[in-house]
Design a protein around this ligand. Structure first.
Ligand code: FAD
Length: 694
């Protein structure tokens, strides 16, 4: 299909990096009319970000592209800590797992950003044709920059208006191609914070150019995903300046295939040398290894560094010094860059809830903790369904304000973590306990080991809002550092004092455990039945439905849901291609009966339950073309081949009590309530606060 580029769009995305592509993927799944522009000629091909955290992999899996990353990436299981012995020679001090077991079914994995960008582009293409936007397809428009943005404040409260006007300029290939330091080796210096922003000079050049291709686009929403130098953020004015500081720490990065006798080269390693700086080793796919190397001989002297002296050779020499007496050489270098550690975060993430900022456009920090790309994608994951469902008039528009509430908190936690981690990693190791200016190696490894809940992305715990109904004792949201110790002690699962589902905490992601499909005994990770398709999930933990009283309760709930809830929130043509794990697009329903998808998990003996005979139709909805849906009812039972998922135990639900859990379209718990009648009203109120009813 030849793409049609409309001049009136629901959303204009500026920037097609990880944040912009995540948004575009959401909008492709929801059938939202979207344009996405990027100033560069092409996507990233090598280098740049490479660490995928567990939560990011869960999110990518929910779109059906996680398996591709999981398959190609190098998975990191162990981390080694090296520091000087009393003679000043580096030695391995300790080893630890790189991930906490049981946090997620995924572990931290490494693959370069360019591969992931390809998977996103394929995922977007796979969403079409889409019944909600039959003539429109999202594709990245390259070599395009916005040069002006205006907001008609009189129209921002009008759902049908296009209050934003943006001028787009098309660049020549030469203008859009970044200069590289060396002709034979690609670098990432042009994206580094050591480089100046090139957009102002691009705009200046355009002013003098004849035959410019310029167009005006009107949009309901604009999202600036345009990275650390964000034009969108700067255009919004002074209130949107970022706050924070640059440090004097300069680091270089090399992606090489190393030839070395250093024994832990295929492990993640943190190496502190006595006086030559620090080094982090990240083993990657295809025998590549990424080295983050502290450049102690390049000084920023309190300001911006002179980067002309930074070459791959100089960076490599610094690495050899740190790792000595072990030998280090290479024949193949894939990519290199350098950066100055700085931590900055914006005060405001949105203007009038019409223009939003996501990713590096609104928070930046050092890349070593493998967070930037992950947090950037997760910003966009949080925002995408909200804008999409507002465009479809399904969600109250006020819900958009939860984006800043939820993601600013995470950005601040990220900056606080990075500040602590960078200081400990870039500091000189203490010679002994009396050496107060040196860094304690024990404190460094403890900080790293304690940070898994946060760095994996699993520890995210959003504040109370219309979307997050916290029980009173949970209204004060502790920082990740405060809760981490408790959570790790509790085998990595967040403990809620709400007794109904103790491991489902409103504001945190709904965990995944194995359950058995009632219809065919196939074991499923429950996440697999909750794809990112824009729907809310009501998970009914019914307990033993062989018990007649329980069965009656669950069926009364079904009847009430069907007449009083689902019919108020119907839904047409949301996303037929969105369930990537079960079957092909051809056999998807043309529409879903409701924006709320009901899933039932019971503890009865599977053999004693018949779906059609025993359960209300809400648990097996009927489609005139496809028949009954047998994919909504699951047993918590031993499988034939894959063991027992013990889902009730995992979710912390007492089978005699049961529970209702509302899960938002991004997989975060919105409400935990009783499966008895008082819980139904709570659930109904929650939906009323979030969704527009007919
Ligand atoms: P970007 O990736 O910067 O994307 C912005 C996009 O917008 C670009 O495509 C750019 O061309 C485009 N653009 C910019 N201005 C304009 C404009 N005016 N008009 C149109 N288009 C525009 N993060 C991790 O999570 N894990 C890691 O392991 C990791 N390692 C890293 C290693 C290095 C060496 C570096 C430098 C970074 C690393 N990061 C890592 C950080 C990560 O790369 C960034 O945080 C992430 O790319 C941010 O994504 P983004 O989409 O917000 O911005």
């Amino acid at each position: 299909m030849t793409p049609i580029l409309p001049s009136e769009v629901d959303v204009l995305i500026v920037g097609a990096g990880p944040a912009g592509l995540m948004l575009a993927l959401w909008f492709s799944r929801l059938g939202i009319v979207t344009r996405i522009v990027d100033k560069r000629t092409d996507k990233v091909f090598s280098g740049q970000a490479d660490g995928f955290q567990a939560r990011t992999l869960e999110i990518l899996d929910s779109f059906g592209i996680g398996e591709r990353v999981w398959k190609e990436a190098n998975r990191m299981f162990e981390v080694s800590f090296w520091s000087p012995n009393p003679d000043g020679r580096i030695q391995r001090n300790s080893r630890a797992p790189n991930n906490v077991a049981s946090l997620s079914r995924f572990t931290e994995s490494v693959l370069h950003q360019g591969r992931m960008e390809s998977f996103f582009l394929d995922g977007i293409t796979a969403s079409y044709p889409h019944p909600a936007s039959p003539t429109h397809e999202i594709r990245v428009e390259r070599m395009v920059i916005p040069t002006s943005l205006s907001i008609d404040e009189k129209k921002v409260d009008n759902d049908d208006a296009y209050p934003l006007t943006v001028t787009l300029q098309h660049l020549s290939e030469e203008e859009a191609t970044p200069t590289q330091r060396l002709s034979n080796l690609s670098d990432g210096l042009f994206r580094s914070n050591l480089a100046n922003d090139d957009v102002p000079s691009m705009i200046e050049q355009l002013n003098g150019r004849k035959n410019m291709r310029e167009e005006v686009v009107r949009a309901k929403f604009v999202v600036g995903c345009d990275g650390a130098h964000s034009w969108t953020r700067k255009t919004l004015g002074k209130d949107f300046e970022m706050h924070g500081e640059m440090t004097d720490f300069i680091w270089g990065v090399l992606d090489i295939v190393p030839i070395t006798d250093f024994p832990d080269i295929r492990n993640r390693c943190m190496v502190h040398s006595a006086s030559s700086g620090s080094l982090m080793i990240i083993p990657r796919e295809n025998k590549l290894v990424r080295l983050y190397i502290q450049l102690t001989e390049v000084s920023a002297g309190g300001g911006r560094v002179d980067r002309s002296g930074i070459t791959p050779e100089a960076i490599f020499k610094a690495a050899q010094k740190i790792i000595s007496p072990y030998k280090l050489e290479y024949h193949y270098c894939d990519w290199w860059t350098a950066y100055q550690i700085g931590q900055r975060v914006g005060d405001k993430f949105s203007k009038s809830d019409r223009v939003f900022l996501a990713g590096d456009a609104v928070h930046t920090h050092s890349p070593k903790a493998g967070q930037g790309m992950n947090v950037s994608m997760q910003d966009a994951y949080n925002l995408g369904w909200k804008i999409g469902l507002v465009c479809k008039k399904i969600l109250h528009r006020e819900i958009l304000s939860t984006y800043e509430l939820e993601r600013k908190q995470i950005a601040k936690e990220l900056i606080a973590f990075d500040h602590k981690f960078s200081k400990l990693f870039s500091g000189r190791p203490a010679k002994d306990v009396m050496d107060e200016t040196g860094v304690s190696m024990e404190e460094f490894s403890t900080t790293f080991n304690m940070s898994h809940m946060f760095t994996s992305g699993i520890g995210v715990n959003y504040k109370p809002s219309a979307l997050v109904a916290k029980p009173p004792e949970h209204r004060i949201v502790k920082s990740h550092l405060e809760v981490e110790a408790d959570q790790i002690a509790a085998h990595g699962r967040a403990q809620s004092s709400l007794f109904l589902a103790t491991n489902c905490t409103p504001g945190m992601r709904f965990p995944s455990f194995q359950v058995l499909a009632q219809s065919d005994a196939r074991p499923w990770q429950l996440h697999r039945k909750m794809p990112s398709d824009g729907r809310f999930r009501l998970v009914v933990f019914s307990g033993n439905i062989s018990n007649p009283t329980r069965q009656r309760l669950v069926n009364d709930l079904g009847a009430w849901l069907s007449t009083d809830v689902l019919s108020r929130y119907p839904l047409m043509a949301l996303s037929p291609g969105s369930d990537p794990h079960t079957s092909t697009m051809k056999f998807k329903p043309d529409h879903y009966p409701s924006i709320i998808d009901v899933l039932l998990i019971h503890t009865a003996k599977r053999a004693e339950v018949e779906i059609l005979r025993d359960l209300h139709e809400v648990y097996h909805p009927f489609d005139p073309k496809l028949g009954w849906d047998y994919d909504k009812v699951f047993a918590d039972e031993e499988s034939y081949h894959d063991g027992n998922g013990r889902a009730y135990e995992g979710y912390g639900v007492d089978p005699d009590e049961g529970a209702l859990v509302i899960v938002r379209p991004d997989g975060y718990v919105g409400l935990v309530a009783s499966v008895e009648k008082e819980g139904w009203e709570e659930a109904s109120k929650w939906f009323q606060g979030v969704l527009r009813s007919i």
